[in-house]
Design a binder for this molecule. Structure first.
Ligand SMILES: *[C@@H]1O[C@H](CO)[C@@H](O)[C@H](O)[C@H]1NC(C)=O
Ligand SMILES: *[C@@H]1O[C@H](CO)[C@@H](O)[C@H](O)[C@H]1NC(C)=O
Ligand SMILES: *[C@@H]1O[C@H](CO)[C@@H](O)[C@H](O)[C@H]1NC(C)=O
Ligand SMILES: *[C@@H]1O[C@H](CO)[C@@H](O)[C@H](O)[C@H]1NC(C)=O
Ligand SMILES: *[C@@H]1O[C@H](CO)[C@@H](O)[C@H](O)[C@H]1NC(C)=O
Ligand SMILES: *[C@@H]1O[C@H](CO)[C@@H](O)[C@H](O)[C@H]1NC(C)=O
Ligand SMILES: *[C@@H]1O[C@H](CO)[C@@H](O)[C@H](O)[C@H]1NC(C)=O
Ligand SMILES: *[C@@H]1O[C@H](CO)[C@@H](O)[C@H](O)[C@H]1NC(C)=O
Length: 833
């Protein structure tokens, strides 16, 4: 029994430390910073993040918002983020260099309302813990590399207003609730389902839609969805934009889709829909209708087309249309673009003289049209290539050749001035003719209501709306330029955006992250005609020398210092005492070299980059293989933190793998520190760490397996506390052997000292946090014990309790004087001689 105590206490105290300590946001931010490069230069290790770090907002010393759009950050988002439990807004958009998976610790941020990670480099699965964010209003994870399924738990976000998972590599079906699991049908307050450009498969569930929903934008375009369009879609009367195009949908279009009387844009194109052309008379406000490229039954041009008086755009290319085209179609007042190519329309084309004055293009390529009534006099762009009319010999009509590229080259014009010639590279002349470094990016409009890209008045309205919005948000802008509108392959309207700074020729970081947030959070709302949008910002060229990453090594020193300065002090004191006791009893001087502290030299603990002594980094695949896919038969214990598996290495060595369960993983820094601490411990009485795995969102520790089962006991979590206590209480031996204690521990003077010392240690490992003493109390108690033992704690430690905030202070670790407790004291005071 006695042999196990040191290892038990060591492990317990490490766990105690990691589970209770460090709810100090400043420390957490420094840890996050440590995992990033290119943080703002004013992210200075020695300053308070709450007063002056760009992008950080606090309330009562707790971080409430982190907005770092377009900062050029690289690195990963570590589990440390989970410590910032008062966080409400997290925006890391447009930092392509932020990679790795989205940590499950994100689910700890119960107060989060806005989680915005647009166009970063994140990959891997979306953690189930996202569903814990019950206050979330705005979730934008679009344009990353996320894989795997949409977590059903998202259905628990009852306050969600905006859900954007578009432009990732998500697979699987769309989750809906069953008796026991949540699903997206539960999101009755959500207005936006943006799932386009993924690899979602399976049918669109009938259950997804119900009459309680308030969805306005349903964007499923460009996935691999199969099956029929569920008729429940007709229940969601609030819908304004429906994009189901570019999927593998089959069957008839359900008739009650005609009940969606508020829809402005509907795309059902590029599917394999069959049956009659749907009757869409009910869509009487629809602007943009695209039914192209489906396998409908051959049909005449439906008469109800002409009743859709709000149409700007009608696309029915490749839909088996036959017969003559009715002329009244072209009199729809706002009609701009008609594409009925690849059909079997015949007879004489009649556009009439009373056609819409906005009519711009009529594409009838590849039909059977033999004549055109207005052949001599027409002003629109008409395409009749591959029709009988163009196959007669000697035809030279303009409509018989494909138009040359007329891609709009719109650029916001100068504001009554002559554009400046800018010499420095990167500078651009603003609409006010000043040379400056603009913030740039692309606006993507997913379902604009118009298709005439040559009408500058639409861009003027967008421009003015944007200037007004930025000014309302008090962003330091001089002017905005819109450039090169084009339609991309997904039928998104893409417009280049350039925003120019006021006052100076460059934005500072505050300006950029404000602009970025205004666009990532959809604070800027474009005119209704533009429909839903997203923005992808480019990196900004901040002033030279102003991009810095801080001093990594000293930062790690801060973390390591803080860690070793806290409860680990107690852990090591206890360990040292018990270790020394055992050493004496066994009179085994030879083990000194391998003692836990022999390796903890001054350089190691005072700020150098941590070294992993002999601990191997395993990949997830390796450990998966050794444990037969973490099979039940290898399971040798389960606790609150996760599960312990037995396995053997290829070389035959038996190992025990402690696998943290999802949600109880630590931040990367903490995990590293834990490994670092454990890897220093190589003693025959201690469980020795063989290696670790920090891969694919998993955190596992690999220990040497101890055959008699003590390892299982010592690793299997909180039952264990009672066991230690019983052992300690009954083991009179411990209390009686005080005379063999190492004198350097200073507790030999009185039995009293040791008893109290053990008591503190025991209280430190109580099961619940409120039963455990505060750090402050622990330090005071140790000082008292040392005094009782005739030692002067001040002289010994170079610090005293006065350095700690008074008892009851919420965050005992905020005080920098903690560093007084770093490595030096361990090696000089505690190293057993
Ligand atoms: C809609 O909400 C009402 C009231 O909350 C509820 O009784 C009803 O079952 C819901 N209907 C559907 C289809 O979920
Ligand atoms: C028509 O739609 C199918 C998918 O249903 C797609 O594979 C094909 O490329 C589309 N054809 C055209 C001309 O867009
Ligand atoms: C289309 O549906 C409307 C009612 O929604 C109906 O009045 C009309 O007759 C239908 N048209 C055709 C051609 O079926
Ligand atoms: C046009 O097509 C319709 C339907 O296929 C057919 O009935 C009609 O005879 C055709 N008209 C001409 C002039 O070819
Ligand atoms: C341009 O669009 C506006 C509406 O935004 C419209 O009133 C105007 O007629 C259009 N101009 C042309 C030439 O189509
Ligand atoms: C037309 O423009 C598109 C993109 O705007 C380009 O990819 C294509 O090559 C151009 N075609 C011609 C004939 O210039
Ligand atoms: C950043 O720019 C804004 C406006 O141009 C200014 O008010 C602010 O003081 C600047 N911040 C710093 C740190 O220079
Ligand atoms: C960000 O978006 C949320 C949700 O749309 C909105 O309530 C909030 O006002 C926005 N914040 C800012 C600062 O614009």
């Amino acid at each position: 029994m006695g042999a196990r105590i040191p290892q038990l206490i060591f492990i317990l105290i490490i766990h105690f430390w990691f589970s209770t300590a460090q709810n100090d946001d400043a420390t957490t931010l420094r840890a996050l910073k440590d995992a990033w490069d290119n943080t703002p230069p004013n992210w200075d290790d020695n300053s308070d993040p709450c007063s002056g770090w760009d992008g950080i907002t606090c309330k009562n010393s707790r971080v409430t918002s982190i907005t770092l759009a377009s900062m050029g950050l690289t690195g990963s988002l570590t589990g440390d983020i989970g410590m910032l439990t008062e966080l409400q807004i997290l925006d890391l958009s447009y930092n392509k260099g932020l990679t790795g998976s989205l940590t499950p610790a994100i689910g700890n941020l119960k107060k989060l309302t806005n989680l915005i990670l647009v166009s970063c480099g994140f990959s891997g699965p979306l953690p189930d813990t996202l569903g814990n964010l019950e206050n979330l209003i705005f979730l934008s994870l679009n344009s990353n590399g996320f894989t795997g399924r949409i977590p059903p738990s998202i259905g628990n976000m009852q306050n969600l207003y905006w859900l954007d998972l578009a432009d990732n590599r998500l697979t699987g079906s769309i989750p809906v609730s069953t008796g026991t699991t949540p699903g997206l049908d539960m999101l009755v307050h959500t207005k936006h389902f943006h799932f386009g450009r993924n690899m979602l498969s399976g049918p669109i569930p009938q259950r997804l839609f119900n009459s309680n929903m308030t969805l306005i934008h349903l964007l499923f375009e460009n996935n691999q969805l199969t099956g029929t369009i569920p008729n429940t879609l007709g229940l969601v009367k609030s819908l304004e934009v429906v994009r189901l195009d570019r999927n593998l949908l089959t069957g008839n279009v359900p008739s009650n889709i005609n009940r969606l009387t508020g829809v402005f844009e509907m795309f059902l194109s590029n599917n394999q829909l069959t049956g009659p052309v749907p009757n869409l008379t009910g869509l009487n406000v629809v602007n943009y209708l695209d039914l192209s490229n489906n396998t409908f039954d051959p049909s005449r041009v439906p008469s109800w087309f002409s009743s859709l008086q709000s149409l700007t755009t009608l696309k029915m290319s490749s839909t088996s249309l036959v017969g003559e085209l009715p002329a009244d179609l072209f009199s729809i007042p706002q009609l701009q673009n008609v594409d009925l190519s690849d059909n079997r329309l015949n007879g004489t084309l009649e556009i009439g003289s009373s056609h819409s004055n906005q009519l711009q293009q009529v594409n009838l390529q590849n039909n059977q049209i033999g004549d055109f009534a207005q052949r001599r006099q027409y002003s629109i762009e008409l395409i009749l290539v591959d029709n009988p009319i163009c196959m007669e010999t000697g035809v030279t009509d303009r409509f018989c050749s494909l138009p040359t590229n007329t891609s709009s080259s719109y650029l916001t014009p100068p504001n009554n001035c002559v554009p400046a010639t800018c010499s420095s590279s990167g500078q651009v002349s603003s609409p006010n003719c000043q040379c400056a470094y603009p913030y740039t990016g692309n606006l993507f409009f997913r379902a604009p209501s118009f298709s005439d890209l040559g009408n500058s008045s639409v861009y003027e309205s967008l421009h003015n709306a944007m200037i007004n919005s930025f000014r309302r948000s008090q962003l330091p802008i001089d002017s905005v330029s819109l450039k090169n509108p084009t339609k991309n392959l997904d039928d998104y309207l893409v417009i280049n955006l350039l925003v120019f700074p006021s006052g100076d020729d460059r934005f500072n970081r505050t300006g950029i992250l404000g602009l970025g947030f205004s666009l990532s959070n959809q604070t800027f709302k474009p005119p209704a005609a533009f429909g839903p949008y997203f923005f992808i910002g480019e990196n900004y060229d901040f002033l030279q020398g102003a991009s810095g990453g801080g001093h990594k090594s000293s930062n790690i020193g801060v973390i390591v210092g803080a860690v070793v300065g806290g409860c680990v002090l107690v852990a090591l004191l206890v360990l040292a005492g018990l270790y020394a006791l055992r050493q004496r009893r066994r009179a085994d001087k030879a083990t000194h070299e391998s003692s836990p502290f022999a390796l903890w030299d001054k350089t190691g603990a005072s700020g150098a980059v941590p070294q992993l002594k002999g601990a191997k980094a395993f990949s997830f695949e390796e450990l998966n293989k050794y444990t037969n896919n973490f099979s039940e038969s290898n399971n040798i214990g389960t606790g609150g933190y996760g599960t312990v598996y037995k396995a053997s290495l290829p070389n035959g060595q038996l190992i025990a793998i402690k696998r943290a369960k999802q949600g109880s993983t630590q931040g990367g820094i903490e995990f590293k520190t834990e490994i670092e601490l454990l890897s220093r411990v190589h003693h025959k009485n201690l469980v020795s760490l063989v290696g670790f795995c920090f891969d694919q969102g998993e955190q596992m520790l690999v220990y040497e397996y101890i055959v008699n089962g003590s390892l299982k006991d010592s690793l299997s979590g909180k039952y264990i506390v009672r066991e230690v206590k019983e052992t300690m209480d009954t083991s009179k031996e411990l209390y009686n052997l005080h005379e063999v204690l190492d004198p350097t521990i200073g507790l030999t003077a009185q039995l009293k000292g040791l008893e109290r010392f053990v008591d503190v240690a025991l209280r430190c490992v109580e099961e619940t946090g409120d039963q455990r003493p505060t750090m402050n109390a622990v330090v005071k108690e140790i000082e008292r014990i040392m005094e009782v033992s005739g030692l002067n704690p001040n002289a010994e430690s170079g610090s005293n309790s006065a350095d700690y905030p008074s008892k009851g202070s919420e965050h005992p670790y905020t005080n920098d004087s903690l560093f007084a407790y770093s490595g030096d004291q361990f090696s000089t005071n505690l190293d057993p001689k």
